[in-house]
Design a protein around this ligand. Structure first.
Ligand SMILES: [Zn+2]
Length: 467
């Protein structure tokens, strides 16, 4: 068996691993790559013939893992895409959103006088191609062994991270020998608000492990309720301002709404208004309600006690222009949760722009912001930012918290690795991926301290290993 590291190799985006088992070819994930120094259209170039891929095993719905599957389809792929049921429901919303986003960017570009190309060259795929791709999806529950071919089988186990996220244990037989490789996928922290902690894979010979936060230790010592309450107190209750929280539509939005619901039920919010302005976030919130058996015990018992994990009387969902107008004209203290995270795209950008002028507002960045994003620019605190080619002076306050992170920090990764070693006595090689180089190098040093003499590689993009 050969494994090729085709994405998320010494970078975070574009997860894609090719497994070549002589006559069969499988992909684990097929995500969009959106690195700063890379053209978006690069995603169209696959270093293999997509029609030769027999199946894609998808760990979770995030577009950096799933977003290039429709491109694969447009180039001839007709195999099955395996994932868990909640992943399928979420991925539908994200892929359609991705196609719409590409089309609206392309249309904007077309309006410019300089544009001479073809609209089809500006997009990776259309909504109708996404719908055709979705017909290839097959859902599989956690721990059900699926036989891909006579020689290859796999199962999904819980990775934490977001609803439905899976790690993959794949077993293959070659030359009379049976071996196994584990892909952690994106892992979750041990104390996620809504999903279960990651379950370590067992009996592995090879491990492909994510290292997003391989050089970071969580700073926040508070639990999510106290942390959020601290920001609400400072901005809303003490000074009557608006707390704007940019949040990804999957995972982050739900963790924040659940935390706000807990604060409301504990009588800590009074009559404070909470606005949610994220159509995609609210669709995904209802998917979370539907797949409650995939949530952690805390979330399930909260639902039993209060009838809903995410709905509460102080929550105002922005559904149309009238709702938005009502919110804009409301002068009292409030919290606004809006997509997307890192303040890139989505409705949050206009909310951030509107609140920049207000010294009583705070923009709370809930998590990491990649360099080059508006979120990062705001956090750099230079006093001004550029939005759509215009300079804006920043009068509002900025704050950041890592309490809602959907990835384990260095300590969590070490703990996870320790449990893998306890349950896998024949480990031959570890591959660290899904992290910037510095992060993976630091993680490698730390893991070497847990298990010495075990080869740990940081594969480069396109690097191939025989396993
Ligand atoms: Zn992810």
């Amino acid at each position: 068996m050969k494994i090729s590291f085709l994405g998320a190799a010494q970078q975070v985006t574009g997860s894609m691993y090719l497994l070549d088992c002589r006559s069969k070819k499988y992909l684990v994930d097929c995500g969009l790559s959106y690195e700063k120094d890379q053209e978006y259209s690069e995603n169209k170039k696959f270093p293999f013939d997509p029609s030769e891929i027999d199946a894609v095993i998808l760990t979770h719905a995030h577009v950096d893992h799933s977003g290039n599957i429709p491109t694969l389809f447009t180039q001839g792929f007709r195999g099955a895409v395996f994932c868990t049921e909640p992943t399928f429901e979420i991925v539908k919303t994200l892929l359609i959103d991705s196609a719409n986003l590409q089309m609206s960017k392309a249309n904007k570009k077309r309006k410019s006088k300089k544009f001479k190309g073809k609209i089809e060259d500006e997009i990776l795929y259309s909504v109708s191609e996404v719908l055709e791709t979705l017909e290839l999806f097959v859902t599989i529950p956690f721990y059900k062994i699926f036989q891909l071919s006579e020689k290859v089988k796999f199962l999904f186990s819980e990775a934490g991270h977001i609803l439905g996220a899976a790690s993959v244990r794949l077993e293959f037989s070659e030359n009379g020998e049976t071996k196994s490789i584990g892909f952690t996928g994106d892992l979750g922290p041990n104390n996620s608000q809504i999903v279960v902690p990651p379950k370590p894979l067992e009996n592995l010979n090879y491990l492909v492990m994510e290292g997003t936060y391989g050089n970071r230790i969580k700073e926040s010592k508070n639990n999510p309720q106290d942390e959020l309450m601290m920001h609400i107190q400072k901005t809303c209750l003490d000074t009557g301002g608006r707390l704007v929280i940019p949040a990804f539509s999957v995972g982050r939005t739900q963790s924040i709404l659940f935390t706000l619901n807990k604060l409301y039920r504990a009588n800590r919010l009074g009559s404070l208004r909470i606005y949610a302005d994220s159509p995609l976030g609210m669709i995904n919130t209802s998917i979370h309600q539907r797949f409650q058996s995939y949530l952690n015990k805390n979330a399930i018992s909260f639902h039993e006690d209060f009838g809903s994990i995410f709905q509460f009387p102080n929550l105002y969902t922005i559904e149309d222009a009238e709702d938005k107008e009502e919110m804009d004209s409301f002068g009292g203290p409030s919290v606004l949760v809006s997509s997307a995270g890192m303040v890139v795209g989505g409705r949050v950008q206009q909310h951030v722009r509107a609140n920049l002028k207000n010294p009583q507002s705070t923009i709370l960045i809930a998590g990491f912001c990649a360099p080059g994003t508006l979120g990062r620019e705001l956090l750099d605190n230079t006093g001004k930012v550029w939005i759509n080619g215009r300079e804006h002076i920043v009068y509002c306050k900025m704050a950041q918290t890592d309490v809602f992170s959907a990835h384990p920090d260095l300590n969590g990764l070490k703990q996870y690795f320790d449990s893998i070693c306890e349950k896998s006595h024949k480990l031959e090689n570890i591959f660290l991926t899904h992290g910037e180089k510095e992060s993976l190098e630091n993680l490698k040093n730390e893991l070497n301290g847990i298990k010495t003499n075990l080869p740990i590689d940081l594969p480069k993009k396109s690097q191939v290993f025989d396993i």
